[in-house]
Each structure stands twice: as structure tokens, then as C-alpha cells.
Design a binder for this molecule. Structure first.
Ligand code: MF3
Ligand code: CO
Length: 256
């Protein structure tokens, strides 16, 4: 069931997603060679709590941390660890969720650790652009498939693999609401988009093959061919005048 949000509810979702953006900016300021993903998780948890929210991921279906931190071939849902030490040339996808005032924020950003290879930089840029291409389709009267197809077509133009096993979702009082928002699909298909819907669009794009495997820890998803993967996510409200992005990547990009 899809829950349509009032203007007031959309503002509470915006507050959450701005806090997520600020948390990702704070994490981004600490990303450098030598830092562990566990340290980044602690920084995020402290920051979220200091701003009157709680980490939405912590305890979600038993998830043990505040962030998902996925390095290089890890696609999503990497568990922060004191054994994972970032090094120059890595890319690190950080996914963050907050809960306050009855609503959830959920967004992700892929950061470079120092200088990364040109082909890896392109993977990051194309994945973010695929998110923007999908977002442009998030308007009343379109269907979810219009978003999905826009993401898929753009990423595949570069020969990249579009992950099938995970998808975006509605966002509200719960982190995962209807509808599902796949990153592949056909224009004109899927649920109709209506004013008041809030969705997370979150392309997970592999430099190589689209296939992924699930690691033994029960969470981490990695590419089967062990080539790198990037992930960007933001929350978008469907409004009268078109897509209203509730997350603010410029807060992150000013910080890094
Ligand atoms: N942000 C992820 C998503 O968009 C969810 C994180 S999984 C969790 O679906 F278990 F860590 F919460
Ligand atoms: Co999400």
C-alpha cells in the first residue's frame, strides 16, 4: 500500500534527509587513508544523536551499525569494522538513515579516498548522473518504470552492470514502504506516480558485470567479478511542480 504524504509530512521527511546529508558530510570530512569504517560509523552515530535523532539502520532486522559502508567491490550493506582500513584509491559508499519526529531519512553517497583511477571516477560520476536522470522522471502521471528505465539506459550506455537484486523504495514513517523502485525496467510500466508520494531512488552500478553475491556475514553484497561498484541514493517527493529532492548533496560536496 502506498501512503501519500501531506505537505507537513514532506517537511518532516526533508528535515530527516537534511540531517542525513549533514551526517554524510561529517563522515566525508573524516574519510582519508588509515581511517577504519568502524570509526566512521561512530562519528555518524554521535552526530545523529547529537541532533536529536536516532540511527534508523541500527537494529533494523538485526543490523548492527548506524551506517552501511561498502568499499570498492562491496555494493551495499557493508558492516562497519575496525578491520576495514581505508586506503588511497578506494571508493567508499556510505548509506545513512535517521529517525526523528515520526519519520525516516535515507540517503547514500560514494566518496573517493584521495585520488582514484580515472575509470573509477567515471563510475562514480555516471552512477550519480543516473540518479539524476531517474529523478527527472519522478513526476505525477509518470510510472515507476519511467524512473527505472532512465537509470538503466544511462548506466548501460557506459557498459556498466545495473544491479537487479536490490532496489529503491517508498519512504515515510517506515524506511521501506511501497512502491519498490527498481533500477531497471520499461517505460510506462509499474505503479503510477502521484502527488504526495515520497520515494528513494538508489542506483547501484557495477563497473563490470551486474551479478552480485551475498557474503557470509549475512549482509554485505559484493560484485561477483570483484570489480568496483558505486551507490548514490536520495529521497524525492512528487509534487505539483515536479520532483522535490529532500536530500541535499551540495551539503556533502561542500564538505569534501
Ligand atoms: N539504506 C538501505 C536502503 O535503502 C537500507 C539499509 S539496510 C539496514 O534500503 F539494515 F542497514 F538498515
Ligand atoms: Co534506501
Amino acid at each position: 500500500m502506498i501512503f501519500l504524504k501531506t505537505d507537513e509530512e514532506i517537511e518532516l521527511l526533508r528535515e530527516n534527509n537534511i540531517l542525513v546529508s549533514e551526517t554524510l558530510a561529517e563522515v566525508g570530512r573524516h574519510i582519508r587513508p588509515g581511517v577504519t569504517t568502524k570509526e566512521l560509523d561512530r562519528i555518524a552515530e554521535d552526530f545523529i544523536r547529537a541532533h536529536g535523532a536516532v540511527p534508523a539502520f541500527l537494529g533494523y532486522q538485526g543490523y548492527p551499525a548506524s551506517l552501511c559502508i561498502s568499499v570498492n567491490e562491496h555494493v551495499v550493506h557493508g558492516i562497519p569494522s575496525d578491520k576495514i582500513v581505508l586506503k588511497e584509491g578506494d571508493i567508499v559508499s556510505v548509506d545513512c538513515g535517521t529517525f526523528m519526529k515520526g519519520f525516516v531519512g535515507d540517503s547514500a553517497y560514494t566518496f573517493a579516498v584521495g585520488e582514484v583511477a580515472e575509470e573509477v571516477r567515471q563510475l562514480m560520476e555516471v552512477t550519480k548522473e543516473a540518479l539524476y536522470k531517474g529523478t527527472a522522471q519522478a513526476k505525477a502521471g509518470n510510472r515507476v518504470g519511467d524512473i527505472s528505465a532512465a537509470v538503466q539506459e544511462y548506466a548501460e550506455k557506459f557498459g556498466y552492470g545495473v544491479v537487479r537484486e536490490l532496489e529503491g523504495h517508498g519512504l515515510g514513517r517506515k524506511m521501506h514502504e511501497d512502491p519498490g523502485v527498481p533500477n531497471y525496467g520499461a517505460r510506462g510500466r509499474g505503479p503510477l506516480l502521484k502527488e504526495g508520494m515520497v520515494i528513494c531512488i538508489e542506483p547501484m552500478i557495477n563497473m563490470g558485470n551486474k551479478a552480485v553475491v551475498f557474503e557470509e556475514d549475512g549482509w554485505t553484497v559484493r560484485t561477483r567479478d570483484r570489480k568496483p561498484s558505486a551507490h548514490y541514493e536520495f529521497a524525492v517527493a512528487i509534487r505539483k511542480n515536479g520532483p522535490d529532492v529532500l536530500t541535499d548533496f551540495s551539503i556533502i560536496e561542500k564538505a569534501i
